[in-house]
Design a protein around this ligand. Structure first.
Ligand code: ADP
Ligand code: MG
Length: 572
């Protein structure tokens, strides 16, 4: 991932920036993929699992509903049969076959209005007695040829399908025969009451519950207005009923079927899958919203984390490269310092020798006879010139030696005026060449401060360089020192163009320069401010009212706060 790390090659700041942009993107992507993909996978699995268990749930509910209804309806029918059987056993055959008796019985039986009429039929199928609304239609009828009559003579009991019968009105009859099959008591069940047993089954607005007979004919109305069932459905319902009221579902509907009335009927319950899964879908929708929020949070965290992480990395990287170049700068200065020191040393010896010889010549000249030496005065002048020039050369070498202390990096009692002047004087020649006047206003008698003069000199060097560059040709640089409360201030005021707002904003930024390529490094002010902080001082830039810039170096009189310096030194 880091194969193209910028520090492993000669990357310039542009490609370095691109590199970190790419890293940001890559990190964010990896973070998102690594956290969201498992989340989506889990969510998918969970949703499959929940759907399955949800369907299992609604299947179980439907099956329970079916079993309950079967129990209710079967008990209802058995209750009717048992009541009739009870009456049969109470009365002798001839006592029962009497309209008046039937009327009394019906009254006694029928507090709930389930049975609408009663009839007594003998073993030949003759209608012996009747009480109910259809007395006229049924008078004198013979049932010997009907299906239900055959059934009741055979099994002793029978519940009919819904049929028209002799009255051409749909009804169900319950018939019970006595033990020796001499007499049959038959009752008609109120269809409204019977259908009511299904109406209360709670299958929901899109569900249906109905009863069919073995041939698939509807015995009760269907809520969804079915007119019958298809042969395929009939096969399915039979299979479900044979499996003890099992359920089956396809994409659209779910079914449950169970046998009723001793296998004569099929109770069918069905429901719409969509409606049954409504609350499941609602839960899924909520889950999806939660998932979306979680995903958004993850992406946000990923972006924030990567940006702060990569940002920190790139900052550290930049600081390291600045430090590297800073160290290079300091090393360069130290090297120049050492070089200057050795050159000064080497030159000083022959100079002293020449001075000695000049002294000797001067002494010898005194003992000459003035009358015999033709150009005695000229010799004396020449020797004086040699002495003066050697004196000048000596000053320069001393200054060079002073500057060489830059390599020491140690804190000593420092005469600030002297330290500044040592550097300023090095610019004398250069300044003259550009017709720039260096004006000194050193305050006399400043106290010494405990500091590192070499470091201070490097700052002076940088500030003077900039001032000369800013002026170009013809101008002045005023150097002044003074004591103000607890510190010594050295100002460098130039007659250049001054500092624009843009320069002010970025003056101390590393690599900020307005100079042409090759001339400016943009490190001078960055390094200078850094040095000033390290030696416990300050560097402040401003503009003069009369135009031009002022760079103000401020050093504490109290010397150096070593604890603070140590902290600063270790902050890198
Ligand atoms: P460099 O000298 O290599 O450009 P510096 O950090 O020393 O870098 O200075 C940064 C910039 O500050 C310079 O390029 C220049 O634009 C501005 N600057 C510094 N000193 C002066 C000054 N005395 N007058 C005007 N501009 C200055
Ligand atoms: Mg500079």
């Amino acid at each position: 991932m880091f194969a193209d790390h910028p520090l492993s090659g000669n990357a310039n700041p542009g490609t370095r920036h691109d590199y970190y942009e790419r890293q940001k993107y890559l990190f964010a992507m990896v973070f998102v993929v690594v956290s969201i993909v498992p989340l989506l996978f889990l969510n998918y699995n969970a949703s499959r699992f929940y759907q399955d268990s949800w369907i299992e749930n609604i299947s179980r509910e439907l099956a329970t509903l079916g079993a309950d209804r079967r129990e209710i309806i079967d008990r209802f029918l058995v209750t009717q049969e048992n009541q009739l059987a009870g009456f049969m056993s109470l009365y002798k055959p001839e006592g029962l076959a009497d309209n008046k008796r039937l009327e009394l019985l019906l009254k006694a039986l029928n507090s709930s209005g389930v049975i609408t009429d009663l009839g007594v039929i003998d073993r030949k199928g003759r209608h012996l007695a009747y009480h109910g609304a259809f007395a006229k239609e049924l008078a004198g009828k013979n049932y010997a040829a009907t299906e239900w009559f055959a059934e009741v003579m055979n099994a002793g009991r029978h519940v009919s399908d819904v049929f028209g019968g002799y009255r051409q009105v749909p009804h169900i009859t319950v018939a019970v025969a006595d033990a020796d099959r001499s007499l049959i008591l038959r009752a008609t069940i109120d269809l409204g009451k019977f259908f009511g047993l299904l109406k209360t089954a709670n299958v929901g607005p899109e569900g249906d519950v109905f009863i069919i007979n073995r041939r698939g004919e509807l015995q009760t109305p269907s809520r969804l207005d079915r007119t019958g069932v298809t042969p395929d459905e009939l096969v399915l319902f039979r299979t479900l009923a044979e499996n003890n009221g099992a359920t089956r579902h396809d994409k659209d509907r779910i079914y449950c079927a169970t046998y009723l009335n001793g296998g004569q009927w099929l109770l069918v319950l069905e429901n719409n899958m969509e409606a049954s899964l409504a609350s499941y879908h609602e839960a899924r929708r909520l889950d999806t919203v939660r998932l979306a929020i979680a995903t958004a949070v993850i992406i946000l965290v990923a972006i924030l984390l990567t940006y702060s992480m990569v940002g920190r990395l790139s900052r550290a990287d930049r600081e390291r490269s600045i430090l590297t170049s800073h160290v290079g700068e300091v090393e360069k200065m130290a090297l120049i310092g050492r070089l200057a020191a050795s050159v000064a040393h080497e030159i000083n010896n022959p100079l002293q020798l020449i001075l000695g010889q000049a002294g000797l010549m001067s002494d010898l000249m005194e003992s000459e006879d003035p009358g015999k030496v033709l150009y005695l005065n000229d010799y004396r002048k020449a020797i004086d010139k040699i002495r003066t020039q050697i004196g000048r050369a000596g000053t320069i070498t001393r200054r060079l030696l002073g500057f060489s202390r830059a390599a020491d990096g140690s804190f000593v009692d420092t005469d600030v005026n002297q330290a500044v002047e040592e550097t300023v004087s090095l610019f004398e020649h250069e300044a003259r060449r550009h017709r720039i006047v260096l004006v000194r206003h050193y305050q006399e008698g400043l106290p010494t401060v405990l500091n590192d003069p070499a470091q201070l000199q490097q700052v002076v060097l940088n500030v003077l360089h900039n001032a000369m560059d800013a002026i170009g040709q013809d101008g002045t640089i005023e150097i002044s020192s003074r004591i103000a409360r607890d510190r010594i201030i050295v100002d460098f005021a130039d007659s250049g163009p001054g500092l624009t707002q843009e320069v002010m904003d970025h003056l101390y930024d590393p690599f900020f320069t307005t100079k042409p390529k090759g001339k400016g490094t943009g490190l001078g002010m960055y390094v200078s401010r850094d040095i000033m902080t390290r030696i416990g001082g300050e560097l402040i830039a401003s503009n003069r009212d009369s135009g031009g810039a002022i760079f103000s170096l401020r050093l504490p009189l109290s010397g150096v706060d070593y604890e603070k310096l140590t902290r600063l030194a270790f902050s890198y």
